[in-house]
Design a protein around this ligand. Sequence first.
Ligand code: NOJ
Length: 777
Amino acid sequence: MAVTVTATPTGGFVGTVNISLSGLPAGVTSTPSSPFSLTAGNSQQVTFTVGPSVPRANYAVSFSGTGGSASSSVGLTLTVSGVPLTAATGNFKQQVIYQIVTDRFFDGDTTNDNPAISPGLFDSTRTNFQAYWGGDFAGIQQKMAYLAGMGVTAIWISPPVDNIDVSATPPPITAPYHGYWAHDMMCLEEHFGNASNPCDWTAFDNMVAAAHQNGIRVIVDFAANDSNPNDDGEFGILNNASQPFASFTSDNPPPNNFFHHNPTITDFTNLYQLQYYTLDDLADLNQDNPAIDQYLKGALLQFMNHKVDAFRLDAVKHVTWGWEYSLANVAFTSGPSFLFGEWELSGTTDSVYPYAHNFANHSGISLLDFALANAFRDVFGNPSTGDFHEIDNTLTTEANDFLSPNDLVTFFDSHDLPRLLSVYNNQNRVNEALALLLACRGIPVVLYGDEQYLHNDTNSGNDPYNRIWMSSFNTQSTAYSLIDLMANLRQSNPALAYGTSMQRWINSDVYILERQFNSNVVLIAINKSESTPYQISGLFTSLPAGNYSDYLNGLLGGSGIAVSSGNPNNNPVTNFSLPIHTVAVWQSASAATAPQVGSIGPLVGQSGITATIAGQGFGSSTGKVMFGTAAATISTWSDSTVTFSVPTVAPGTYQVQLIASSNANANTVPFTVLTGPLIPVTFTVNNVPALAAGSALYLTGKVVELGSGVVTTDAAVGPLLSPTPPSYFIDASVPAGVTIQFQFAIIASDGTVTMEPSAPHSYTVPTSGVGSIPVNW
Ligand code: NOJ
C-alpha cells in the first residue's frame, strides 16, 4: 500500500518539515522510514510493506509534521486483510462468515436505486421496510476493508438473482429486496448490479474479485425450492437468461409440470408435505422435471464459474431431499465448494431432527445449526432464566449425531429471527454470545449489524424489522474488536476449527468450554449473570502448566489464570473469580510434531473429484493420501492443506490416510467414494401391503448410494412417501449410466426388517437428466 504525504505550505509550513509516523503495528515497515523530512510544498510517497505475521485488523496510523513553530497531523486507517485467495477450498472450518442482506448494507451505486425496468420499488427514506433501500454489490465491494478489518473471511450474501419486477400486495410497496422471489436465476437483480441489464455480471464479478483480494470468500444464498409468490406479483413466472421459461399459471400437465400445485404446508411433521407442498405462497418448483433440474444446476454452476466459493441452500427441508444429493454432487464435481442448508428446526427433540442429521451425513451438504441457535437464544436472550446446560446438551447430542459437527454453520441471529437485542436489550449478552459462537465448534455466522448492536424492536423485531439499514461502520465498537480477535484466533489456533469440545465447568450462568486439537487448546469462560460473580474452583484443563493472560486483553473483563501440572490433559487451574458479564479466553497453540488431520471436504464424491484435507504438520514436501492401497493424485500440498483427486477405487467408505513425506502417518478421516456422478431418480412401488403403525418403507440396494445393502433407517433411503397408498415413492440420487439392483424393505420401529418378497429389481440409470422407475411390490 502506498500513500502520498504533502507538506502543504498553506498550513503554515515553510522550509523543512519533519514528519514522523505513529501507529504502525509490529511487522509493518514504511519506506522511507520514520522520521523523514520534506520541503514545504513538496510531496513524498510512502509505501507500507506488511509482513506475513501481522494480525488482520484496522490500524490507526498518523503522520505528524513539524516545521518551525507550525505542526499538523493527518491519519489513515491501515487495514491488514487476509492473503489474497487464488483457489476455492473444500475446507471452510477456519472461516468466520458475515451475513449480509445486500439491499440493507451499503449503497455503492445510486444509479441502480430505482431501475427503469422495475420502477417504484425503492424508498429513499428507508422507512418502508418492504421496499428496496439501495444496498448493492458495489456497496459490499466498497466496504471490503471494513469487513477484512473485522477478521471476516467469508460473506454470505442474500440471493443475488434477478427477482420479480413488480410489487406484490399489500400497497404501497412490497418488493423482493430480500432476494427470495426469483424470476430469473440465470441473471442478477438490477437493483444490485446493472440497472438496465440484469444479465450483466460486471458489478458482481468486481465484488467477488475485491473479496478474494482481501482473503474473503463469497457465499451465495441459493433458493432451489421455489420461484416467487404464486398468487401475487408475477405469479411464479420463471425466466431463463431473460427468455420465458416456466409458467406457474399455465403449467404443463404432470409428470412434465415445472411446478408442484399442492396446497400450502400445514403439517410440518409430514415429510410429503414438507417436500412437495407449497411453502407459504411460493410457487414450488418440481425438481424432477428435467428442464427444472437442468436449470437449477445450471444456475448454481454459473455462480461457480463466477468464482463463488460456497452456497447457503435455502429451505433444504422443503426441496426434494434425494434430488439435493445430485445438486451437491454437481457442485463437487465442478470444483471445491462448501454447501450448507437451511433446515429449520426447534431443537434436537424436533421430529425432523433425525432426518436433518441423516441428510447432512449422507448428502455432503452441511446445515445451519438451528438447534444450537435456539439454545443460544434461550440462554442469552433471557434476563435470568437461561441455563447454559441447554447449549451444552445440544453440543453433546449433535456431536453424537453429526458426522462432521465442526462443519455445522452456527449462528444466533439471522434475517429470519428477531435480533437478540430485540429479544433482550443487553449489549453485554451480545458480546458474550458472539464470543461463545466464535469459540464454539462449527463455522460461525455473524449477522450484519450485530457488531454495531443494531436493532429495531417494532413488532418485537420480527422480519422485516431485523433487516435494518446498516447505518454505521464504526471500527471501534467492542463487538467489532471481539470478532476480529476471535477470527484471528480461528486462524492461529487450530483447536477452534478442528478441535473437540469439552465442558469443563458449568452452572446456569457460567460455562467454561474447552476446545482441543492435539496440543492446541482454547479455553473460554463466560459468566452471563447480571448480578452474581462466581468463584471458580475445581477447574481442570488440557492447557499445559503455566500462566495465561486473557487472550481478549480484558476486552470483556477477563483476567489471567495459573495452571499447574496434574494428570495428562487434566491440569488444575488455581481458583479465580469470574465477575458478572465476563468472558475470558486462554489459549495455547503449538506446531505439530506429527501430521494431524482435522478436516476432509467434501465428505462424499466419486473418483476424480477434488477433495481437501486440512490440519497441521503435513510438512512442506509432498507426501501421500491413501484410499486403502490406492494413492490419490496430489494437486497441492502445504503444511496445513492438501488437495487431491479422489482415486479410482471401489465405491464405499474409506478411512483416508495422509502420510507425510517423512513417512509419518496422520489420523484417518472417513470419505465415501460414490459409484459415479449422481442422477436423481424417482422410485415408485405400487401395491405395498398395509404398514403397521410405526413401520416405514425404505429403498435399499447394494450400491453405496442405496446404503451398500445395509437395511437400517440410517443407511437405507427413506422413508418412502405415500400421498396415495398403496403406492409409495422416493427420490434418490444414483450413479449415472449404472445398472443397479434395488429392493424395498419395511423397517419396524424396533428395527425389524421385512424385505420385499420378490427378487431385486434392476434399473439402468440414465447417463444424464433425471430418471423414473415404477415397480410393483
Ligand atoms: C428461508 C429464508 O431464510 C427466508 O428468508 C425466505 O423467505 C424463505 N426461506 C423462502 O425462501
